[in-house]
Ligand binder design. Structure first.
Ligand code: ATP
Ligand code: MG
Length: 383
């Protein structure tokens, strides 16, 4: 079948959710069996009236998607990870593993990627915090973007990557293409799964990272660090590719470092855990924590500096900016808050001065209300 035939077939099979796919404001569609479909719109998840006729119709849709990417979804392969022709990411699990019936999540692909300005206008980030991030990218700090599922990590990485100085060469490595970094000199790599039916072997993030280091990058970006490639990224960061970045699944900046350590140890490494911890402590410089709050809003909850290890071998992360909730809109239920400086001046402040970047020390001074909040012990709020 030619690609357009696949596209037509997929469109027909997915017609029960056609309106959700077409509606730009819907960012995610979650199918829990044929009769229960939820969607996320403007950060809020709601139940839709949409339904597939029956389980068979839903499975037929999944089969046509699998076929279009040269894969199978059946009893033997009950899980599917694929992309729709328009770039949206889809993951499906068949029954009996999925007890509700075929369960699917579609992360819609949006052509218009968020910019630093968008994040400011959504109040995910204050102007000063955004400018500070810009400075971190400019000064080639190694940055780890951390957060839970759907917290905005990839969007943040996209924004940061696009702020890179024009003169530098960037290599981006991903499992499935999501990033659309707007830079003058950028090369994109995507992994490949092994397919015995076609005789192709796996090309992993680790393989591509190895190649990329031989392709003269100034910086490397790994879309999602999920496995042993963590060690290669850390090595790249500490061996002449400063300004490299990646994302990791973790709930706090310190957890992000610990997670990276666990990932480094997943492979067949001969380096002792203590040495790996030291490598991470010295390679990692800035951690940007993304969070999805209970009101549906995504915010940059922390921008922290990693200072290495303390005498007990624990990571030291100092918060530079934090998003603090100050209220709640009674009409919309949305949280009101802002990113506040925490009163900590990063160790690389000298570099800001030397490079004559217009960002005075006063930008790191915590407001009185924040100091009082911290003193009262009520400042460490959840999401
Ligand atoms: N600051 C933000 N404000 C509003 N929406 C946002 C923000 N950041 C991201 N989003 C939206 O949230 C959705 C999820 O974002 P994104 O893919 O970046 O998250 P993620 O953490 O990378 O998810 P995953 O864990 O699945 O990789 C997207 O639709 C994106 O447009
Ligand atoms: Mg992501």
């Amino acid at each position: 079948m030619c690609p357009s035939v696949f596209e037509d077939a997929i469109e027909t099979f997915l017609s029960p959710i056609g309106d959700l796919l077409a509606e730009e404001k819907v960012t995610e569609i979650m199918i829990n069996g044929p009769g229960e479909i939820f969607a996320e719109k403007s950060g809020l998840v709601y139940k839709t009236p949409n339904k597939f006729t029956n389980e068979e119709a839903l499975q037929a849709a999944m089969r046509s998607i699998a076929q279009s990417v040269g894969r199978k979804i059946d009893n033997e392969n009950p899980r599917l990870d694929a992309r729709l022709p328009n770039g949206s990411r889809i993951h499906a699990v068949l029954p009996p593993m999925a007890r509700n019936g075929t369960t699917v999540a579609i992360r819609k692909f949006s052509k218009e990627k968020l910019t630093l300005k968008d994040l400011i206008s959504f109040k995910s980030l204050s102007v000063d915090a955004a400018r500070f991030l810009d400075i971190c990218v400019f000064l080639s700090k190694n940055i780890l973007v951390s957060g839970g599922t759907g917290s905005g990590k990839t969007s943040m990485l996209n924004v940061l990557g696009s702020r890179m100085p024009k003169t530098q060469r960037l290599i981006v490595i991903e499992d499935a293409t999501e990033l659309q970094i707007k830079a003058e000199h950028v090369v994109f790599f995507e992994t490949r799964k092994a397919d015995p039916t076609r005789g192709t072997t796996e090309v992993s993030i680790r393989h591509l990272l190895e190649s990329s280091l031989r392709l003269r990058p100034d910086r490397v970006i790994v879309g999602e660090v999920r496995g042993e490639e963590a060690l290669d990224l850390i090595t790249a960061m500490s061996t002449g590719h400063s300004g490299s970045m990646g994302t990791v699944h973790a709930n706090t900046p310190t957890d992000a470092c610990t997670r990276l350590e666990t990932l480094c140890l997943m492979g067949d490494v001969k380096i002792p855990p203590d040495a790996i911890r030291k490598m991470i402590g010295s390679a990692m410089q800035v951690i940007v924590q993304c969070a999805r709050y209970h009101d549906g809003g995504r915010r940059t909850s922390h921008i922290s500096e990693c200072l290495g290890l303390d005498e007990f071998g624990r990571y030291i992360c100092k918060d530079i900016y934090r998003w603090v909730q100050t209220g709640k809109d009674p009409q919309t239920g949305r949280y009101i808050g802002e990113s506040v400086p925490c009163g900590y001046v990063p160790t690389f402040f000298e570099e800001i001065i030397v490079n004559k970047l217009p960002f005075p020390k006063s930008k790191f001074v915590a407001p009185d209300w924040y100091k009082k909040l911290m003193e009262s012990g009520h400042g460490e709020g959840g999401h």
